[in-house]
Design a protein around this ligand. Structure first.
Ligand SMILES: Nc1nc2c(ncn2[C@@H]2O[C@H](COP(=O)(O)OP(=O)(O)OP(=O)(O)O)[C@@H](O)[C@H]2O)c(=O)[nH]1
Ligand SMILES: [Mg+2]
Length: 456
């Protein structure tokens, strides 16, 4: 942690400008040896134009140097950022100069780790950096920016404060009455535990939406063989991507393709038609389709208007994810379409969303895509108003915390001994501290920061 570390912080490849970050006690001292300026005292957060030269004085590039003094940088350590022309040869040559002077190449996530270690950000904020950079969803970037700026941490701190208050009440009552608690004081303890319990339950309920913000949206196309799933898939991704034939059981593996719908990066997944099959390959394909239901944000359940089959499959799709697509409308006139659709709908819940299309002629596809966009918006409608948790790690700690709070509340209602109550509260507090990174184990930190790329 005492080394000076350096690494490009911009993506590899050719670009107009690239940025190299150097952070640690020797950042400025080392830089000074390579710029053709006399020793000067730079001001923090100021940029200076200069040439950058190697150890022999050979010019490498014209650069813009930005200086951040210790305590006022992202990492908390003294930092220099070099903006150079974005040619990998130049970037490597400049980085090499630092390495030769005894600086070390930064590891994955090491800048963020130092920011965390130096107390510039907590663990929740550190996690959000990776998500902010990689999210495929516009709502995600807003949420992760809020997290980076500390909004989610504040919620966790509210829980922490409520727990500390409850413990203070509990301890105070023990001192005054020598192990015998007055019911009045217990009320105070209970009030704060309930408040911690409430906030954490509320946060946990946001996880379903929150977790979808990390990756993009996944839409699974499901249905009986020959319903026209692959034809629909090709229409959705605007390419002849999946094989279409009149043979039932054409698609076996999952076929995926990404496209944008409005602000959403969507991964469409075409899947094997669902039927009882003895064919081992087809069976594996069918299992893959079924496994994807849980992961998918939306499931388009394709029903062939000519041969509606396997309609009971709708039951295995969670209602809020299901969008029924009646296909092959080109084969019928308006009246028969209506009667066929209403005949099938009788068997299903009343307020089911559906579209009627022809994946052969493309009729109805634009409307279907708008319905999808609307559904995706609804799925994320809570975002913007509410603070959401986005990580399994957050959810798991809150879940444990909730268990401790429930036991604490049960103990309080049974007038149990303060020691027992206090133990549950302490365990709960430790969960919150782990969330914020006030208590940590190295393995957890390793796991978090090693998922970052170099330069973050
Ligand atoms: N008339 C008409 N035929 C269609 C339509 N959509 C698909 N088909 C035909 O239906 C047959 C099956 O289409 P696919 O897209 O391969 O169906 P699938 O659901 O992917 O079938 P599997 O992969 O075998 O499960 C092909 O002959 C398509 O040309 C449509 O809207 N109208
Ligand atoms: Mg297919």
């Amino acid at each position: 942690l005492n080394d000076t570390i350096c690494s490009p912080v911009t993506a590899p490849g050719y670009s107009g400008v690239a940025v190299i970050r150097v952070s640690g006690d020797r950042a400025y001292e080392t830089t000074l040896k390579h710029i053709d300026r006399d020793s000067f005292t730079p001001e923090s957060h100021q940029a200076y134009l200069s040439s950058f030269v190697d150890a022999s004085g050979q010019k490498i590039d014209q650069i813009l140097l930005t200086f951040f003094k210790k305590g006022s940088s992202f990492t908390g350590d003294e930092t220099v950022e070099i903006s150079c022309h974005g040619n990998p040869l130049i970037i490597n040559a400049i980085t090499d100069c630092y390495l030769k002077e005894g600086c070390r190449a930064a590891e994955r996530g090491e800048f963020s780790f130092r920011a965390f270690y130096n107390g510039k950000i907590d663990l929740v904020q550190a996690e959000s950096i990776h998500d902010l950079v990689t999210t495929q969803v516009r709502e995600g970037s807003e949420t992760f920016l809020d997290q980076l700026q500390g909004q989610l941490s504040e919620k966790f701190e509210e829980i922490q404060d409520a727990l500390i208050q409850s413990m203070a009440h509990l301890e105070a009552s023990i001192d005054f009455t020598e192990q015998d608690i007055e019911p009045e004081s217990l009320k105070g303890v209970e009030k704060y535990v309930l408040s911690a319990h409430e906030i954490s339950k509320e946060l946990m309920s946001t996880y379903d939406v929150g977790k979808s913000l990390q990756g993009g949206t996944q839409i699974l196309i499901l249905g009986a063989p020959n319903a026209g799933k692959s034809s629909l898939f090709n229409q959705c991704v605007q390419a002849e991507r999946a094989i279409v034939t009149e043979i039932a059981g054409t698609t076996r593996d999952l076929v995926t393709e990404q496209r944008f719908i409005g602000n959403h990066s969507v991964l469409f997944m075409d899947s094997a038609g669902l039927r009882d099959s003895e064919d081992i390959i087809e069976k594996m394909g069918i299992q893959k389709s079924l496994d994807k239901i849980e992961q998918a944000d939306l499931v388009l359940f394709v029903v062939d208007l000519e041969k509606p089959e396997k309609l009971d499959l709708l039951e295995i799709i969670p209602e809020e994810k299901a969008l029924v697509v009646f296909n092959k409308m080109d084969l019928f006139d308006q009246d028969s379409i209506k009667s066929r659709v209403s005949e099938i709908l009788k068997k299903w819940p009343e307020d089911l969303s559906y579209s009627i299309i022809s994946s052969q002629t493309g009729a109805g596809i634009i409307d279907l895509l708008s319905s999808i966009e609307k559904k995706l918006k609804d799925l994320r409608s809570v975002i913007g108003e509410e603070i959401v948790i986005t990580q399994a790690r957050h959810f798991n700690h809150l879940e444990s915390l909730n268990q401790y709070m429930s036991s604490a509340l049960a103990l309080i209602s049974q007038d149990e001994s303060p020691d027992l109550i206090s133990q549950e509260l302490r365990l709960g507090l430790s969960e919150v501290h782990q969330l914020l990174g006030k208590e940590y184990d190295d393995e957890v930190l390793d796991k978090i920061f090693s998922s970052f790329c170099i330069g973050k």
